[in-house]
Design a protein around this ligand. Structure first.
Ligand SMILES: [Zn+2]
Length: 85
């Protein structure tokens, strides 16, 4: 088990071990994933932020930057699960 910071809200997100297999296993135990954009850039996003990305086209780095500008960094998160941090 590992954690990674969401590139948008900066929350620490729990992730499974094998990034490459995220879509195949342990999906439910994972709360974010690395998003590979069509322009080749990569961002790690929690699912919550991912749902905030536009869904009418392939998200771009600009969309991620725009979302980050609109999102308040989460300090420890509002979910009690994160209090151990
Ligand atoms: Zn996030």
């Amino acid at each position: 088990m590992a954690t990674e910071s969401c590139d948008v809200c900066e929350r620490s997100v729990r992730i499974a071990g094998g990034i490459g297999d995220l879509w195949n296993f342990a999906f439910e135990s994972t709360q974010g994933l690395t998003l590979e954009l069509t322009d080749g850039s990569e961002f790690f996003l929690c699912f919550e932020c991912m749902e905030s990305l536009p869904d009418d086209h392939e998200p771009t780095a600009d969309d991620v930057a725009d979302l980050r500008a609109r999102t308040e960094p989460v300090e420890g998160g509002r979910d009690h699960f994160w209090h151990w941090k």
